[in-house]
Design a protein around this ligand. Structure first.
Ligand code: NAD
Length: 286
């Protein structure tokens, strides 16, 4: 068996086209276009690439977007004041603070400052809480993007066994809530989990979000499972590596995401969808 490739670039392109078409209708109706504000602190090269990509996506679909690029020495108080100003800015529907932040900044407090109705990253405790209570509003982008990939496959996920490797606040945990909401039985593994292999082998859906190249070998995968690789590790010459041993696993899985070109573009489309959703709410359309 050779797995079908879940092409995140192609799926995201179709979804971007749908957003663009909706915004053309907004323009004709004289509506204000959705606005996204990105705050970038310091000069981390990977963060700069991500922010550039987000800006390009906004331009492509026709969002209003601004980037505030701040010095790595910015104070907690200054950063919080900037978020407060964006919370009050009627032209801005979504606020995203690019991570990682410098050590002296308390990231949890920064996320707490964002108006939950503008929390288009879906990281705020209020939005995670709504997802836990089965009332999703603004959903964390990477798990939401993965659910869009799974929807593309089009099979019934109700009752499936899912294994998530990685339990971070931004990926593993909200991913578990998404899959639970979709009716899966979820096992979440992390760095303290014993016998990960035995747990992953039972899963119909395997999602790895760790950041360790080659962590998941073919021997862990049940034949026919769907394998989603969230991991991104930048190696020599800037080459990107996933967590999954792609070449071997693709001979066992039914569907598999490549790295790059799998989950990454879907995270970005989820951000655009969240910004559009926030704008619909702000304009009384939802
Ligand atoms: P994180 O460091 O916050 O969390 C990693 C998780 O992996 C932790 O829960 C930890 O317990 C677990 N872990 C560590 N070693 C393990 C092991 N040997 N076995 C099992 N679990 C182990 O990272 P994160 O922010 O969740 O990101 C994870 C990876 O996904 C990174 O490579 C990151 O770059 C990538 N990522 C990709 C996207 C995307 O859009 N493609 C988005 C977010 C993160």
């Amino acid at each position: 068996m050779s797995a079908q490739i879940l092409d995140g670039n192609a799926i995201a392109k179709t979804l971007r086209g749908e957003i663009r078409a909706e915004l053309e209708r907004w323009s004709s109706a004289g509506r204000r276009l959705p606005g996204l504000a990105v705050i970038l602190v310091g000069n981390d090269p990977a963060s700069e690439i991500y922010v550039k990509g987000k800006r390009r996506d906004c331009d492509e679909v026709g969002f209003h977007s601004i980037v505030q690029h701040l010095s790595a020495n910015v104070s907690q108080a200054d950063l919080e004041a900037r978020i407060a100003a964006l919370n009050d800015d009627a032209t801005i529907d979504g606020i995203l603070v690019q991570t990682p932040l410098p050590e002296h900044i308390d990231e949890d407090r920064i996320i707490d400052c964002i108006d939950p109705a503008k929390d288009v990253d879906g990281f705020h405790a209020y939005n995670i809480g709504l997802l836990a209570l089965r009332r999703p509003a603004l959903r964390s982008c990477t798990p939401k993007g993965i659910m869009l990939l799974l929807e593309h496959i089009g099979c019934a996920f109700n009752g499936m066994d899912a294994a998530i490797i990685g339990a971070s606040n931004h990926v593993g945990r909200p991913m578990g809530l998404e899959l639970l909401l979709a009716g899966c039985t979820v096992t979440t593994a992390h760095k303290f989990t014993r016998n990960i292999e035995d747990k992953v082998k039972l899963a119909d859906i395997v999602i790895s979000a760790v950041g360790k190249p080659g962590l998941v070998p073919a021997a862990w995968i049940k034949p026919g499972a769907i394998v989603i690789d969230v991991g991104i590790t930048r190696g020599e010459n800037n080459k990107l590596y996933g967590d999954v041993q792609f070449e071997a696993v693709k001979d066992v899985a039914s569907w598999i995401t490549p790295v790059p070109g799998g989950v990454g573009p879907m995270t970005r489309i989820a951000l655009l969808q969240n910004t559009l959703q926030a704008a619909r709410v702000h304009q009384g359309l939802l």
